[in-house]
Write a protein that binds this ligand. Structure first.
Ligand code: 3PG
Length: 207
């Protein structure tokens, strides 16, 4: 059985996990500071750009930031992400090699699922926390409610990601099985740190 407590600590830290694509590493630190300053201190940096690993290392320097790697597709990428300083790992899907690598590294792991069969494979691997991805195109809230009614008794909890926006994130958070949501809208569109700070402040998470 996998220890759930450490992935819960990641998911419960903040209701929104910004999904960040960094193209210019010189922006990494200021974007992270803007997010942390706005109360968004759990940061997922996607491994989709050449500078992603360097961006993770830069963001780790920001006080109060918990920095993880997203779009982790295989154990090699997981190892590289951990070496760069990642404190948790997010994947769009779930494979046995990834689950085993996460267990061996003892790192909080949030794998993606899209349907009941994916969740059942996860349960077989001792996993109970999943990224529902891509959340909106996979049926949105009605689909997750259906999965919740089947797997709620197993103690399964989700981080829906993919199509989550400033307009709909509260509806997702209202679901009992949703611990947090992920989304790129806060940093999307090549937003500068100043724009990111404005978007983060508009959420009013700092009370
Ligand atoms: C991810 O990697 O989690 C998604 O690309 C984020 O989806 P979004 O861009 O729709 O928020």
């Amino acid at each position: 059985m996998t220890d759930l407590s450490h992935i819960d600590a990641v998911m419960e830290r903040s209701p929104i996990i910004p999904v960040i694509v960094i193209h210019d590493v010189s922006q990494a630190r200021s974007v992270a500071e803007a997010l942390v300053g706005g109360g968004l201190s759990t940061l997922e940096v996607t491994l989709r750009t050449p500078c992603a690993l360097e961006a993770i290392s830069e963001m780790r320097k920001v006080e109060g930031a918990l920095v993880g790697a997203g779009t982790v597709l295989n154990p090699r990428q997981m190892q590289e992400a951990i070496k760069a300083g990642s404190q948790f790992i997010v994947s769009p899907g779930l494979t046995m090699p990834l689950a085993e690598a996460a267990r061996n590294h003892n790192i909080p792991f949030l794998p993606g699922i899209a349907n009941a069969s994916d969740i059942m494979r996860g349960l077989d691997m001792g996993l109970r926390r999943f990224k529902f991805f891509p959340a909106v195109t996979n049926g949105g809230i009605p689909a997750l409610k259906g999965l919740e009614s089947v797997f709620g008794s197993e103690g399964v909890r989700f981080c829906p990601t993919g199509g989550i926006t400033e307009q709909n994130y509260r509806d997702w958070l209202a679901l009992e099985s949703v611990a947090c949501v992920g989304g790129s809208w806060l940093t999307g569109g090549d937003a500068t740190a100043e724009i990111v700070a404005g978007r983060a402040a508009a959420l009013n998470l700092r009370k």
